[in-house]
Design a protein around this ligand. Structure first.
Ligand SMILES: NC(=O)c1ccc[n+]([C@@H]2O[C@H](COP(=O)([O-])OP(=O)(O)OC[C@H]3O[C@@H](n4cnc5c(N)ncnc54)[C@H](OP(=O)(O)O)[C@@H]3O)[C@@H](O)[C@H]2O)c1
Length: 260
């Protein structure tokens, strides 16, 4: 049974709930994000509640230096990562050409490049040991193009493709890669992405705790791809691919435009 799980984006939302659920199972955790005080508070909560060890390494995974610093710190501390949960990510509503280019490129850096670098490093170590699990947090956004979040949807399409190919390469070596593709979840994501006032967020979304449990359990079962909402999973896998492309583009635009 693997015993230490690294989770990115653990300072809030789904990532903090991954940490809580994982700790409730009795496993050690390594928590990372930029907000050190929030990570430390969560680590103290988990150690007190579950008697596990919770390490905190605060870093900015939107930069190459931040990613390498995290890997270095974990290596220096002599911690073996048995489970990697690549969860940190953000979106941003608006027409691509109207949005700040640095924000768009930073989204690509965090949502895809950091995820690839950590999967390459820790996945490689897991393969050498012949055991391990990686859970990559994509989105149902990865199953279609997304006008008014063009870059975000594209990053999640990348995560969907990359995760499945990596699983196919690593599974014979004892390592599984699971893609968790949630629908809308009620977290700080909508604040950061500027999605309030759109139809997408109208229903309030699923709770981060339910999504984290769904994804963690799917990873432990070695599933390849999982959507936390059954009907939504059917829609993105079996209906959307058959619809005319323009119809899909219009549907997503309507979901993501601000209501007057
Ligand atoms: N909420 C949804 O509707 C939804 C749906 C599908 C998929 N997802 C995906 O779920 C994942 C988690 O999102 P969430 O909903 O839990 O949102 P959230 O509450 O905003 O959490 C995002 C996490 O990412 C971390 N993060 C952001 N920028 C970072 C950076 N530069 N370096 C390191 N960490 C950074 C944040 O911590 P700091 O700010 O402290 O760094 C935070 O812990 C994301 O990949 C998102 O795309 C969300």
């Amino acid at each position: 049974m693997p015993d230490t799980a690294l989770m990115t984006g653990a300072s809030s939302g789904i990532g903090a709930e991954f940490a809580r659920y994982r700790a409730s199972k009795g496993g050690d955790v390594v928590l990372t994000a930029r907000s050190e005080a929030r990570l430390k508070a969560l680590a103290a909560e988990l150690e007190a509640a579950h008697g596990i060890k919770a390490h905190v390494f605060a870093t900015d995974l939107g930069t190459g230096e931040g990613v390498y610093a995290l890997v270095d710190e974990i290596t220096q501390a002599g911690i073996q990562i048995d489970i990697l949960i690549n969860n940190a990510g953000f979106g941003g509503q608006g027409r691509h050409i109207d949005r700040d280019l640095d924000d768009e490129l930073g989204m690509i850096d965090l949502n895809t490049k950091a995820l690839v670098a950590l999967s390459h490093h820790f996945g490689g170590q897991m393969a050498l040991r012949g055991a391990g699990g990686i859970l990559n947090v994509g989105s149902t956004a990865g199953f279609m193009p997304g006008p008014l979040q063009a870059v975000y949807f594209a990053t999640k399409a990348f995560v969907k493709s990359y995760s499945q190919a990596l699983d196919h390469e690593l599974r014979p070596r004892g390592v599984t890669v699971t893609l968790l593709a949630p629908g809308y979840v009620g977290t700080a994501f909508a604040d950061r992405a500027g999605l309030h006032g759109t139809n997408l967020v109208k229903g309030g979304g699923k709770t981060p705790a339910s999504v984290a449990k769904h994804g963690y359990d799917a990873m432990m079962q070695g599933k390849l791809v999982t959507v936390n909402e059954g009907p939504l999973g059917f829609l993105v896998n079996w209906v959307i691919p058959l619809l005319p492309r323009r119809t899909v583009l219009k549907m997503i635009l309507n979901m993501q435009k601000k209501n007057k």
